[in-house]
Write a new protein. Structure first.
Length: 134
């Protein structure tokens, strides 16, 4: 069991070995940075709650509050862990279709290809349904 360190926000903790020690919603592995990134790509609190129904609305709003109270720190973490920065530091490339390519400088010579989920968060199912309505 990870040792949790409480924060000034009741739904946010830092847990050793969880999300690299970054602040997370208590009882989950969902980081404040993840919630902040969703907000940055246009999701609303209501969209996040609809997409993650197991999260209490108060926990989502508390994660957003933590983000706003620690914006510089969280934004720095997001920037330091961007796909492009990780690609440079870990030596992989990101293909045209969002795939992460390890061990090669050119996709044709790749030894291992996996699909990237970091490049741009996809709209939630809730957001996609809203956009599909006439």
């Amino acid at each position: 069991m990870a040792i949790e360190t409480r924060t000034e926000h009741p739904h946010i903790v830092r847990a050793e070995g969880v999300a690299g020690g970054q602040p997370v919603i208590v009882g989950t592995r969902i980081s404040v940075a993840f919630i902040a990134r969703l907000l940055q790509v246009g999701e609303t609190a209501e969209d996040i709650i609809a997409s993650y129904p197991h999260l209490a609305p108060a926990a989502v709003y508390d994660a957003l509050s933590y983000y706003l109270d620690h914006k510089d720190e969280v934004d720095r973490h997001i920037a330091d862990h961007s796909p492009e920065k990780l690609a440079r530091s870990l030596g992989f490339t990101i293909g045209d279709k969002g795939q992460v390519i390890f061990g090669a400088r050119h996709p044709a010579n790749a030894r291992h290809v996996v699909t990237a989920t970091l490049a741009t968060p996809r709209p939630s199912a809730h957001q996609a349904r809203k956009e599909a309505l006439p």
